[in-house]
Write a new protein. Structure first.
Ligand code: AMP
Length: 389
């Protein structure tokens, strides 16, 4: 993977500039209060850099999925403005319309209301892109999590603003991927879990070319286990992808578990039973790898120099089926390899098993993470590359 050269805020003089930052502040909110501010704190470095440089700073983001062009209180960024203000120890006014950016002085910060309240956002409309671009001297793209979408606030504005560059978070994300995908230190092990092969087919295909071994887990593993000829009872799997799984398994080493944890119903209270891989009964569901497999796979990470992890190895939301994910997560954290983890459920697992500190880079991207691994060029990154040339 060869990414274009992209200038970041480090390369651009922001003094007395009107700076518009696209961040990803799409955080969980309950009853008007931000429940997890991880995405806000991840965005602080760029915001602070711009304020410290003496810029007039406006941050913008989407939140949830309102019907586009219509204000709805439940999708308002007001709680985010409040939390951002606390984190920056300053007042952060919420701006209803792009034109309100004009009221933010140099050294001040404002937050534009949910960009999805603006008609034309998702269609990347030229009119909205122009309206946003007119509010700034420099557009700063820092929302890695939405960089795979060509929207007005991620793509159109980057085309039309007087200048455009990457923020520090986006820059760090792209560098972490470069390091992992372009010339990974070998051996490289990829750990790909989650529910369905179909959603990660391209990822598995491109990793088959890069990685020395792919550890598959979750529902994805079930398809590979079935493809290897074992009975999997009523486990979640994709019969139409058996041949595809066989082809992938012929291109790269994909270990099959020797034991698994099964349950009879998909339920939080279902007891977990250990079964040898050849002994899964017709009324059972595989919901995790077994203890012998978990130990062996954890040990097999010892020689890895690069580890990429996306997706849980089992139904980790139910504690009794979370051990495989916990043991592998701990092994990644303990490993001296360069490790990168990302994707929605992966971050939940990283949190649940408190392994944040042991992982070299934790990506904030879900869809963007997968698309980069697939070797795709993210639209918002492509335009920044052109503007940096
Ligand atoms: P994904 O979004 O594709 O990463 O999938 C994550 C989801 O897959 C989690 O909610 C897991 O509970 C679920 N999952 C993992 N392993 C299994 C399994 N063996 N059977 C059913 N669902 C699973």
């Amino acid at each position: 993977m060869q990414l274009p050269f992209i200038r970041s805020v480090r390369d651009v003089d922001l003094r007395k500039q009107r700076v518009l930052i696209r961040a990803d502040l799409n955080v969980p909110i309950k009853e008007g209060v931000v429940v997890s501010d991880a995405r806000i704190t991840a965005s602080l470095a760029t915001i602070k850099a711009a304020v410290d440089a003496g810029a007039s700073v406006v941050v913008m983001s989407h939140l949830g999925r309102p019907s586009e062009g219509v204000y709805a209180e439940e999708f308002s960024l007001a709680p985010v403005a409040h939390r951002l203000g606390q984190l920056l120890s300053r007042n952060v006014p919420l701006l209803a319309q792009p034109e309100d950016c004009a009221g933010i002085g140099f050294g001040e910060v404002g937050l534009l209301e949910n960009v999805r309240f603006l008609a034309g956002e998702k269609a990347n409309s030229a009119e909205l892109s122009r309206r946003l671009a007119d509010q700034c001297d420099v557009f700063v793209m820092d929302a890695f999590g939405t960089a795979h979408r060509a929207h007005a606030s991620t793509h159109g504005v980057a085309e039309l603003a007087r200048d455009a560059c990457a923020g520090l978070l986006l820059d760090a994300e792209l560098k972490a991927f470069q390091q992992t995908l372009r010339a990974p230190k070998k051996p490289m092990v990829a750990i790909i879990g989650g529910a369905k092969v179909s959603t990660k087919l391209e990822v598995l295909g491109s990793l088959a070319d890069i990685a020395d071994r792919i550890i598959v887990g979750g529902g994805i593993a079930n398809t590979f286990i079935a493809a290897a000829g074992y009975a999997i009872g009523k486990s979640l799997y994709e019969p139409e992808l058996l041949e595809v799984a066989k082809t992938i398994a012929s291109r790269v080493e994909i270990p099959i578990p020797v034991d698994v944890m099964v349950g009879k119903v998909f339920d939080e209270a279902t007891p977990a039973i250990v079964k040898a891989i050849g002994d899964v009964a017709a009324d059972e569901m595989i919901m995790d790898i077994g203890p012998v497999t978990a130990r062996a796979w954890a040990d097999s990470l010892l020689d890895a120099q690069t580890i990429m992890w996306n997706g849980p190895l089992g139904v980790f939301e139910f504690d009794q089926f979370g051990e495989g994910t916990r043991i592998l997560a701990q092994a990644i954290a303990d490993s001296s390899a360069y490790s990168i983890a990302g994707g929605g459920d992966t971050l939940a697992a990283v949190d649940k098993y408190s392994v944040t500190n042991g992982i070299s880079y934790i990506s904030t991207g879900g869809g963007a993470f997968l698309e980069l691994v697939e070797g795709k060029v993210l639209p918002a990154v492509e335009v920044l590359g052109r503007r940096s040339a």
